[in-house]
Design a protein around this ligand. Structure first.
Ligand code: ADP
Length: 488
């Protein structure tokens, strides 16, 4: 009766094992196969009775057979439920000698014949292939991509991540995501991960906030991050796609600066225009009355009176001049038109306009042979070169022949021009001042001028999305450099 009962239990057990969708093999302490289920027959290509009583090592590729009994013994010393070969790739061998990748769960079972191990075997070839395909797709993505689990641990990174963050793959996988997040955001980030896994859906991260990532070298980069929930064998994960937006930010900032500058310039233009225009009228009246005073009453005035009247006329003249240059300044570029011109032609035209000044001062202007052809505001560009060459001659050293060289250099997205002179030079403390409106470094009696030439130059350069600056040494000469953008 007891035997009957046992037989019955054994049968139930066999039925159960057979109906499991995984391949199952029962092995005893000596490594002999005690039972295999249907799935195992299919998986390994053997008939059940070809296997029962045989050593389990028969199902392993040759290279693993030697060490396997030792692993088996270790298991039977402390038989617990566990996965086999964690961290290693496990291979199994079919009857037809082909190998395949497996995952094996081990369960100790106590029977009348002693303790057996129930090995549940899953063929993971397809999963591995899918994983590899996934990795391949992720790796070939143009963005940096990181797969993160619900604990915030990095499971996978693609090539771009290595480039962007400066880490090797092994330095990241298994680490907490915090390694890539600046410390001031870390405490909040934990909550964000939890929130994402509570409502996993495809979305952008941190909409409305600025996101920063931390590189291995400690520098931060502004980033944009897209989140994608992904169901994996290890549970739900999030695939974060990261874009470095440093360049975009820079462009945005420079665009903002440009817009601000343009609006400031517009404001100044309008102000200068109105002021100069409105100033002209009272000045004209003043000038008329002084003229009348001079014409009709000159004989009644004493020497002081006559001198004062003349001084007034000189001052009015000067003020007229100032207003007129201010008007020019405010109108500068108003009707500008773009033209594709060779800069050598523009410079030669500018120099032609200065012929008499050049001859009078016995100056020499050398233009470098190679000059670019650029899209420029032609009239303004000519004025720019004219102003700078004019200054180079005007501020020459006494007794020295003015020598001026004009050079151009390709800086990829812009060209840099240099006007080099051997004139009096400028002290460093005045480098910025000279570009401001009406700022001059000398008395009118020394050098004529209104202090507007370089302000005009600066505005023209800015119209061409460039910058202007000076390098100089007093007594040696000055170099005025400016840039002109390739694309306006
Ligand atoms: P200005 O009409 O007085 O020449 P600018 O705006 O052209 O006005 O120049 C401002 C000041 O910068 C000048 O007064 C002069 O002191 C100085 N400067 C300009 N160009 C040169 C140069 N090539 N060499 C030395 N000083 C210069």
């Amino acid at each position: 009766m007891e035997n009957e009962q046992f037989k019955h239990t054994e049968l139930t057990f066999q039925l159960m094992v057979d109906s499991v969708p995984n391949a199952i093999i029962l092995v005893n302490k000596e490594g002999k196969i005690a039972y295999v289920n249907n799935q195992a027959e299919i998986l390994f290509g053997y008939k059940r009775f070809d296997l029962i009583g045989r050593k389990v090592e028969q199902l392993l590729p040759n290279r693993y057979r030697k060490n396997h009994p030792e692993f088996r013994e270790i298991f039977f010393l402390n038989p617990t439920v566990r996965n086999m070969g964690v961290g290693r790739e496990l291979f199994a061998l079919r009857k037809d000698d082909t190998e395949f990748l497996v995952e094996i769960g081990l369960n100790p079972i106590v029977t009348v014949d002693g303790t057996l191990v129930l090995a549940s075997i899953i063929d993971i070839t397809e999963r591995k292939k899918a994983e590899e395909r996934f990795k391949l797709v992720v790796d070939s993505a143009p963005n940096a991509m990181i797969l993160v689990n619900d604990k915030g641990e990095i499971a996978l990174v693609n090539n771009e991540v290595k480039t962007l963050f400066g880490y090797q793959e092994k330095e990241l996988v298994g680490q907490h995501l915090h390694i890539l997040i600046p410390s001031r955001f870390q405490s909040k980030h934990k909550g964000f991960i939890e929130l994402f896994f509570m409502h996993p859906q495809k979305r952008s991260m941190g909409v409305g906030r600025e996101l920063f990532a931390l590189r291995k070298d400690g520098t931060e980069i502004p980033v944009e991050i897209g989140l994608n929930p992904i169901e994996t064998i290890d549970g739900l994960m999030v695939l974060a796609s990261i874009i470095d937006i440093t360049e975009r930010k820079k462009q945005e900032a420079s665009y903002k600066k440009q817009v601000e500058l343009e609006s400031k310039n517009k404001e100044l233009e309008n102000f200068a225009y109105l002021a100069s225009h409105d100033l002209q009228e009272p000045l004209r009246t003043l000038s008329n009355y002084i003229q009348i005073l001079k014409d009709e009453n000159i004989d009644q005035l004493n020497t002081i009176g006559k001198k004062s009247l003349n001084r007034m006329l000189v001052a009015i003249n000067r003020m007229n001049g100032l207003i007129s240059v201010l008007l020019d300044f405010s109108r500068l570029g108003r009707n500008r038109t773009l033209a594709y011109k060779n800069c050598k032609d523009i410079i030669e035209e500018a120099i032609a306009d200065l012929t008499s000044l050049i001859t009078k001062n016995d100056a020499e202007v050398i233009i470098e042979d190679e000059m670019p052809t650029l899209n420029v505001y032609e009239i303004e560009m000519r004025q720019l070169f004219e102003n700078l060459v004019n200054n180079s001659i005007k501020f020459k050293q006494k007794g020295k022949k003015p020598m001026i060289k004009i050079k151009a250099k390709d800086l990829t997205d812009r060209w840099m021009f240099s006007i080099i002179d051997n004139g009096i030079g400028i002290e460093e403390k005045n480098y910025d001042r000279i570009f401001q409106i009406f700022q001059r470094l000398h008395k009118r009696t020394q050098y004529s001028g209104y202090g507007i030439g370089l302000s005009n130059c600066k505005r023209i350069v800015e119209l061409h999305k460039g910058e202007i600056w000076i390098e100089s040494e007093v007594g040696k000469g000055s170099t005025f450099n400016f840039t002109i953008a390739n694309q306006l």
